[in-house]
Design a protein around this ligand. Structure first.
Ligand code: THU
Length: 138
């Protein structure tokens, strides 16, 4: 599979995940998709709560699902897409949550921050430089 079709497949998976968003408070549906070295794709969507501060971001849900399925590293790529025209940049907390899984497998995943028409490509290390991760506790 070419890099472009890998990227497009991941963005489509993220967009599909956003269809299950529970976001009646922000009306901002977000979908995230994680690709692992074995080709597995794990998705997540944002889940809001009437107690707003308890809301979960799409990327965090995807990481929790992946770790529940046994993934401990091998994270190669992430796509994030939202229901507004601009690309979605992962929030600070999600960057840190993604780092935990990435560092377990010593990868620096590419993050596709997508909109309907475009996708910016950034490495996790660019989004979260000088990070505190599992290795910092060794
Ligand atoms: N949101 C995400 O799902 N991921 C992010 O990286 C940024 C924000 C969600 C949380 C909330 O449900 C909505 O977007 C508005 O902040």
């Amino acid at each position: 599979m070419s890099d472009d079709s890998d990227r497009d497949e991941l963005i489509v998976a993220a967009r599909r995940a956003a269809e299950n968003s529970w976001s009646p408070y922000s009306n901002f549906a977000v979908g995230a998709a994680l690709r692992f070295a074995d080709g597995t794709i794990v998705t997540g969507t944002n889940i809001e709560n009437a107690s707003y501060g308890l809301s979960l971001c799409a990327e965090t849900v995807a990481v929790a699902k992946a770790m529940d399925q046994g993934h401990r590293g091998g994270l190669e790529a992430v796509a994030v897409i939202g229901s507004r025209p601009d690309p979605v940049m992962p929030c600070g907390r999600c960057r840190q949550v993604l780092l935990e899984l990435a560092e377990l497998g010593r990868t620096d995943p590419v993050i596709w921050c997508a909109s309907e028409t475009d996708a910016a490509s950034l490495r996790l290390s660019e989004l979260l430089p000088h990070a505190f991760g599992p290795d910092s506790l060794k």
